[in-house]
Design a protein around this ligand. Structure first.
Ligand SMILES: Nc1nc2c(ncn2[C@@H]2O[C@H](COP(=O)(O)OP(=O)(O)OP(=O)(O)O)[C@@H](O)[C@H]2O)c(=O)[nH]1
Length: 125
């Protein structure tokens, strides 16, 4: 589980935050024992004022493991159904929804994350 990287803003302190362009949150989709912990950590970050307008790419990793959670299961476990997102095909511009999206990936098999970067590129132009 490698969400420590997304905690980096805290290390700078609230008054000296750099401007974040995007946040990546990597969850081990094959480790259901840590889904609750991941849910709390992610929702804490989503509620950070400094990250309010930052696109969140949530990566459900290790989908090459047959017992890994499905996208729906992980979305539900992380509470992502409650966050309105732009959707996979939508573009930047609708300020009423927040860019938070889940992508299922396998880092070792190099699967899935190209789509995530493609989606993110919609918000960095
Ligand atoms: N099967 C599979 N293994 C992976 C994948 N990505 C990383 N791993 C392996 O998972 C192992 C542990 O890595 P992580 O899950 O990132 O764990 P960590 O962040 O170091 O440690 P924790 O925070 O304690 O989970 C390593 O041996 C990685 O090679 C993947 O996509 N599929």
């Amino acid at each position: 589980m490698t969400w420590e990287a997304t905690r980096l803003p805290g290390a700078f302190g609230r008054t000296t935050l750099p401007r974040w362009m995007a946040s990546f949150f990597l969850v081990d989709a094959a480790d259901r024992t840590r889904f609750q912990e991941a849910n709390e950590e992610l929702n804490g970050l989503l509620n950070e004022q400094a990250l309010a307008n930052v696109p969140f790419v949530v990566l459900g990793n290790k989908i090459d493991i047959p017992t890994a959670a499905s996208e729906d299961e992980l979305r539900n476990a992380l509470g992502l159904f409650s966050h309105m997102t732009y959707g996979r095909d939508a573009k930047k511009g609708d300020s009423s929804v927040r860019p938070v999206e889940l992508f299922m990936v396998s880092v070792v098999k190099r699967m899935g994350y190209a789509e995530a970067f493609q989606w993110l590129s919609n918000f960095l132009k």
